[in-house]
Design a protein around this ligand. Structure first.
Ligand SMILES: [Zn+2]
Length: 253
C-alpha cells in the first residue's frame, strides 16, 4: 500500500514535470529556463537587499530538477546577498570564501537537528553587531541529510529551525512531511523573522505561488490532452511507463 502511494507521488512528479507542449515547439526563458508560457520571472521582486546574507549549499542533482526555487532567490536578492555553492560536501577547494562563512560566529545553519534552536528566539539583525549569514541546504530531504552528514563543519555551527510556519505552500513538489519547506520558503520565512520585516515573506513567495498555479494548470492540460496525443500520436516525447499507468488510473477513477 505504502509503495502504491510512493509510486503515485512519483508519477505525479513526472506529470507536473512534463512539458505542456512538445519540446521543439516551445521557447525557453533564458533567465528561469522554463517555457515562456510558464515563466515566473515577472513575479520575482527586483534585487532585494536584506542585512543578512543567504548562503545556499546546493546538491548537484538539484540543478537538474524541473522545479527549483533557489534560482528565484538568486534573482530576487542582490548578488552579494545570495551565494550558491554546489557540492555533496563542503567546503571544497573550489568553494572560495566558504570556509570563512562556515566558521563565522554570525553564521546560522537552518537545519532541524536535535540541537537546533527556534529562529524566533534569536536577536533581530538590527540588534546584533554584524548581520547573520543564513546557511541553507538545497536538495531533497535525503540529499540534505547526506550533505549534513558529509560536512563536519556544519555540525559545529549554530543550528536554527523554523517553528512558526512550517507548512509548505509549494504544493507541486511533494514534500516528505508537512514540516518541509522549499529553499525559497525557508529563506523567505527566516529573513522575515531575522530582519523583522514581513515583506520578505510576501515578496519572495510570490514567484513560487505563480509557479504552483502554472503547474497545476499545465498538469490539467497535459491530462486533458492525453486522448488527443494518443489518437494522433503527436506527442514526440515518449511517456514513461509509470506516468502512462498513472494517467490510466486517473482516467478510470
Ligand atoms: Zn523566466
Amino acid at each position: 500500500m505504502e509503495s502504491d502511494v510512493d509510486e503515485m507521488q512519483d508519477a505525479w512528479n513526472d506529470l507536473v514535470g512534463l512539458p505542456a507542449e512538445p519540446p521543439l515547439m516551445r521557447s525557453i526563458c533564458t533567465t528561469c529556463r522554463r517555457p515562456q508560457t510558464v515563466c515566473w520571472c515577472t513575479y520575482v521582486p527586483s534585487k532585494l537587499e536584506p542585512s543578512c546574507r543567504v548562503v545556499i549549499l546546493q546538491h548537484p542533482a538539484e540543478e537538474k530538477r524541473c522545479l527549483r526555487t533557489a534560482p528565484m532567490l538568486q534573482i530576487a536578492l542582490t548578488e552579494r546577498k545570495c551565494l550558491i555553492y554546489k557540492g555533496k560536501k563542503f567546503p571544497q577547494q573550489r568553494h572560495a570564501g566558504l570556509t570563512d562563512i562556515l566558521t563565522d560566529d554570525n553564521s546560522l545553519l537552518l537545519y532541524p537537528s536535535k540541537d537546533s534552536v527556534d529562529l524566533d528566539v534569536l536577536l533581530k539583525v538590527d540588534q546584533v553587531s554584524r548581520p547573520y549569514n543564513l546557511i541553507l541546504i538545497d536538495g531533497t530531504w535525503p540529499q540534505a541529510k547526506g550533505i549534513y552528514n558529509n560536512t563536519p563543519a556544519l555540525h559545529k555551527m549554530k543550528q536554527v529551525k523554523l517553528v512558526r510556519s512550517t507548512k509548505s505552500e509549494y504544493v507541486i513538489r511533494t514534500q516528505p512531511t508537512d514540516g518541509c519547506l522549499s529553499t525559497l520558503e525557508s529563506a523567505a520565512e527566516a529573513l522575515a523573522i531575522l530582519e523583522d520585516d514581513d515583506t520578505y515573506r510576501d515578496l519572495l513567495k510570490r514567484p513560487l505561488k505563480a509557479l504552483c498555479e502554472f503547474q497545476i494548470h499545465h498538469g490539467a492540460v497535459v491530462h486533458d490532452s492525453k486522448e488527443f496525443r494518443i489518437k494522433n500520436n503527436t506527442y514526440p516525447k515518449k511517456l514513461g511507463k509509470r506516468l502512462t499507468k498513472f494517467l490510466n488510473v486517473l482516467e478510470t477513477s
